[in-house]
Design a protein around this ligand. Sequence first.
Ligand SMILES: *[C@@H]1O[C@H](CO)[C@@H](O)[C@H](O)[C@H]1NC(C)=O
Ligand SMILES: *[C@@H]1O[C@H](CO)[C@@H](O)[C@H](O)[C@H]1NC(C)=O
Ligand SMILES: *[C@@H]1O[C@H](CO)[C@@H](O)[C@H](O)[C@H]1NC(C)=O
Ligand SMILES: *[C@@H]1O[C@H](CO)[C@@H](O)[C@H](O)[C@H]1NC(C)=O
Ligand SMILES: *[C@@H]1O[C@H](CO)[C@@H](O)[C@H](O)[C@H]1NC(C)=O
Ligand SMILES: *[C@@H]1O[C@H](CO)[C@@H](O)[C@H](O)[C@H]1NC(C)=O
Ligand SMILES: CC(=O)N[C@H]1CO[C@H](CO)[C@@H](O)[C@@H]1O
Length: 573
Amino acid sequence: MESLFLVFILLVCPLWSSVWSDRFLPFTEHLGHDGNVTLRWGFDRPQNEITFELTIKTRGWLGLGFSPNGGMAGADIIIGGVAPNGSTYFSDRHAVGLSLPLVDKKQSCTLLSLNETDGQTTMKFQRPLQSCDDDDFHITPYPIHLIYAFGQTDEIRYHSGRRGTKEVNLLKYSPRTNPPTSDYFDMRANNFTIPHVHTHYHCWIIKTPSFGAKHHIYRIEPIIMNHGFVHHMLLYRCHPSVNDTMEGMCYTSDISSKCLTVMAAWAMGGEEIHFPEVAGLPIGGDNGTSYFRLEIHYNNPENIAGLTDDSGLRLHYTSDLRPHDANILDVGIMVDSNYVIPPKAEAFKSYGVCNTSHFHQLVQGPIPDLNVFMVLLHTHLAGRKIRVGQFRNGQHIDYLGLDENYDFNLQQTMFLGHTKSVEPGDEIVVECTYNTASRSNPTTLGLATTNEMCFAFLYYYPAIDISTCWSIPDIKSVETAMGAANHEQAIEMYGNMNSDSIEKYQNSLKDSTQYLVMVGMQNEILEAGYIPDLNATPSVDCRSMTTPPTGSSAALYDPRAVLFLWAMVILNP
Ligand SMILES: *[C@@H]1O[C@H](CO)[C@@H](O)[C@H](O)[C@H]1NC(C)=O
Ligand SMILES: *[C@@H]1O[C@H](CO)[C@@H](O)[C@H](O)[C@H]1NC(C)=O
Ligand SMILES: *[C@@H]1O[C@H](CO)[C@@H](O)[C@H](O)[C@H]1NC(C)=O
Ligand SMILES: *[C@@H]1O[C@H](CO)[C@@H](O)[C@H](O)[C@H]1NC(C)=O
Ligand SMILES: *[C@@H]1O[C@H](CO)[C@@H](O)[C@H](O)[C@H]1NC(C)=O
Ligand SMILES: *[C@@H]1O[C@H](CO)[C@@H](O)[C@H](O)[C@H]1NC(C)=O
Ligand SMILES: CC(=O)N[C@H]1CO[C@H](CO)[C@@H](O)[C@@H]1O
């Protein structure tokens, strides 16, 4: 037994660590059909960088390109390899036609490593997403045509059939896994009549099937029967004391109060959620809870009557356990209807803070680093931008989420470009920017789409028993400082603000004491805190750089190169 176990450790664990520990290259695509061409990558959008690792079964040269249409003309191409004497070659090129790609005047790619072992070559390099070189492709969150080719030798010449193309969205990528055993169950409404009111939050406490042992949920598929009416869905774990099913309007009775651990979130525009091989949401087992609360926000502004709904979530699970349990940390601003966003504001900034320094009060034992791999950002209709900053020792060190063009109708749970670690003591700040320029009345935080919210749902592993980490400013003292005798008077003042007083009010909300609300499985705590300053979002301004003059294709065209009938020719079908 012991030796078998040892073999297991020796054989399986190194494999796990090599596949899963590379938090900087979380994504993999096989570009060729036979598995001979593998591309792994990871990126950091705020840092404007992407890293690729191309592995091909050859001792010859490798080429990877980004093409406007899958063809070679106009493609941005990187070529490298290891020569027979062991020296390496690597260049950033561009193709002007069906010829040997020309070397770019500006080399934008940095070679990280080039290895040739066992007849296989691996080339790892980094480049900017946007490089400000007209010869380079600007990598954006849309599907692009990747092209590849390789040679049998290091002489870069016609590649014959050793090439291919695949359309991939590099920046919006969802790794899919297919565990050998899997099944699913649904958590959904059952012939529910959607009330003919603008906003209705309906809750169901549903018993899960019984699982003997622990399983992992690895994929969450939304089932939407009434598109446009189903605005968002949340699935919560219930406290172990919950022992019966229930149905009714949310936030009115006991129905919401004992099921507060968010385990899945879907919002309008979202697609199915896949978990990476490293983690799954635990379900079943000795200490697993067997009741979940499904919350559906129905948005019916035209008060249409008689619609019935069976929407919900399909949870795919497996008994092939992943190395870690995943969980969701909900950070942002507590939904308090006393929090007011004034009308006529072009870009009103609101802030929530989560301070992980306090987590030890809710969780027994040491707090691990939380590895954040996926995020869903959420506001309602007035939201325009959401930034989630990570702070350590008072410094803004990174972003856990960033959407400078937030679109209420396109809310998607997005993989981060690489897994990011939140260490105990780090603070997380969520900044939501609202546009209320077209509104004449104050907007409050609240449940309706015409109210506002400001949340980031961070998916991470390993799981700890903390569901909620919200904050709310000391609104009362802000209103008193404004000269309001009570909240009603303050509401009147919010309605009559000009751009100066709006800015002053925005800053006093940010600068006031923040009350931090953290909820664990057993209890909750309230602490005081403050909002540290986020850095400006890094941006690439190509105008400030001198772009080398681009010659016309004709001038750069070398007729001799046609003889090479270069590699990445993809004949349009
Ligand atoms: C893929 O690799 C295998 C084994 O190394 C080889 O037999 C096969 O021909 C390769 N396929 C291509 C298209 O090169
Ligand atoms: C290795 O070979 C390449 C050509 O294949 C040549 O350019 C290079 O100078 C050689 N390097 C050494 C160290 O011999
Ligand atoms: C759905 O509910 C309505 C009444 O609310 C009922 O008339 C109808 O038969 C139900 N349909 C199903 C499939 O149960
Ligand atoms: C559920 O729990 C309550 C106490 O929390 C208890 O009174 C009740 O009998 C339980 N119901 C079932 C069906 O076990
Ligand atoms: C279940 O919880 C008990 C304490 O409540 C603990 O002793 C036990 O180890 C837990 N079992 C599992 C499988 O986590
Ligand atoms: C977080 O808590 C620590 C410890 O109490 C404190 O020193 C720090 O100022 C807090 N940070 C914020 C942003 O409130
Ligand atoms: C796995 C392996 O052989 N990695 C090597 C690849 O090449 C770089 C240098 O180019 C080495 O540092 C790595 O050890």
